[in-house]
Design a binder for this molecule. Sequence first.
Ligand code: MD6
Ligand code: FE
Length: 223
Amino acid sequence: MPREVPPPTKPEAAGKTVFPEGVDVYRAYLGEEQQRALVQTIEGIVAVAPLYRPAMPRTGKLFSISMTNCGPLGWVSDKAGGYRYQPHHPITVAPWPAMPIQLLDLWADLAAYPAPPEACLINHYSIGTQLGSHIDADEEDFNAPVISVSLGDDAVFHVGGTTRNAPKTRIVLRSGDVVVLGGASRKAYHGLDRIHPHSSDIVPRGGRFNLTLRRVTKPGSSR
Ligand code: MD6
Ligand code: FE
């Protein structure tokens, strides 16, 4: 069914939570059919580039969530090498699958940036998993936003400021919501506290996918 693209959901207009400057939340940016189609696309990617649990730098402690990527580059982490981008899956060593057109289109609509995304980190949250407060800081160009797409179970997301102790705003992200972290919030701390189990049937395997689209290199730079 055709649908109109909603405008950014300005929380102050709804008399609700006010997000820090540079945080834009697009509620229900993807309709149900678009969500289901995107989940199918993601499952096709995961079939080729399996989800795995990366390890933290230095300690080697495993993330509770599992990850994979698509696009020319993918974000990885392990004990020895730390956080970085690389062009291949760390276990299969195959190049990451191509970035799907749905995600290239979404970036073109929302990023206000003159070059396409190079990496899409695919996070999968099963019951009881979370992602601690972090800054996305492994990219070369902080002029590009990071854009996230939520699919599946509802999740409690927090975003604060550029220091760890800045006050945090918490919101529930639902399937189809899109979050843009740009401008003054490009390097804001944020994380995912918990998911609400079985709150959506969009992801057949259960849980929640979060896709984050990133520009890694500066356009025109060779790497
Ligand atoms: C999540 N999101 O929603 C985790 N990063 O599961 C992120 O880490 C994130 O939502 C950069 C920009 C937007 C995000
Ligand atoms: Fe992040």
